[in-house]
Write a protein that binds this ligand. Structure first.
Ligand SMILES: Nc1ncnc2c1ncn2[C@@H]1O[C@H](COP(=O)(O)OP(=O)(O)OP(=O)(O)O)[C@@H](O)[C@H]1O
Ligand SMILES: [Mg+2]
Length: 246
């Protein structure tokens, strides 16, 4: 088992958000957590990455106990994290953003880093000297993922990488996750684009109000009638159409 979250309870101050959550990611898996707004998806990733200390339960990464470790040390164990918001430095160039992500790799030059990620995200090469703040929304998400990748993580925690992107870009970004997996990085993805993320995933969990209500292969979750009505068709469309810009 690569990552194991075992009966974790977590929240902010005295307010519990996650209740008794158990999830796992095996080597070479892409696992998705879907759930409505406010269900605790970001809280889950923050807890795994040590930004929030769990009130109960354990988190293991291979043989390493992450439960009470801070983010800085967790990053060094081989866990990469791309937050939902503010995941690049807008005033820095693309290359400099990559170098920030590779701070643990002494001597890796900017050109080398650009080369490493350009196979997956060719736009990184094209925009290498552009300020990150001048990139489009999709390009910025690609940079944020690339920045995590140059840290050479064994597992990548991705918080809604397609939020507020145009539908054609959603597929483009999610399809890249297969290339990333092929390079040896397993993925725990949190998504609002439930249908598309399930299509590229191996297994999935459904979180509602901080509780795990369903788990299974991605196909099982896709085929679940109740989940289909609640989170796939109806919710996906209204959220996209009403609240998000392209
Ligand atoms: N810093 C915080 N302090 C207090 N409560 C918070 C904080 N961040 C989030 N919450 C609350 O925790 C709950 C879960 O939030 P979280 O961001 O984990 O949900 P989410 O599933 O990621 O939602 P979304 O799909 O909108 O990103 C919400 O009720 C939210 O209001
Ligand atoms: Mg979130």
């Amino acid at each position: 088992m690569l990552l194991e979250v075992d009966r974790v309870t977590s929240g902010y101050g005295d307010t519990p958000i996650l209740h008794d959550i158990s999830i796992r990611v095996e080597q070479d898996e892409i696992v998705t957590v879907i759930g409505p707004n406010g269900s605790g998806k970001s809280t889950l990733l923050k807890t795994i990455f040590g930004l929030i200390r769990p009130a109960g339960g354990t988190i293991r990464f291979g043989s390493i106990d992450l439960t009470n470790m801070g983010s800085h040390r967790i990053a060094k164990t081989g866990v990469g994290y791309v937050p939902q918001l503010e995941n690049v430095f807008p005033s820095l160039t693309v290359i400099d953003n990559l170098q920030m992500g590779a701070y643990n790799r002494k001597g890796a030059g900017g050109n080398e880093l650009v080369k490493e990620v350009s196979d997956i995200f060719p736009v990184i090469e094209v925009k290498r000297n552009e300020k990150a703040g001048n990139l489009s929304g999709g390009e910025r998400q690609m940079l944020a993922i690339a920045r995590a990748l140059v840290g050479k993580p064994q597992i990548l925690l991705l918080d809604e990488p397609t939020a507020s992107l145009a539908p054609n870009l959603v597929g483009e970004i999610l399809d890249k996750l297969h290339d990333i997996r092929t390079m040896g990085t397993s993925i725990l993805l949190v998504e609002q684009n439930a249908q598309k993320s399930l299509q590229i995933s191996d297994r999935a969990y459904v979180l509602v109000m901080g509780k795990k209500v369903l788990e299974g292969t991605a196909n099982e979750v896709l085929g679940n009638e109740e989940i289909g009505q609640l989170y796939l068709g109806k919710r996906g469309k209204t959220k996209r159409g009403k609240t998000k810009k392209g």
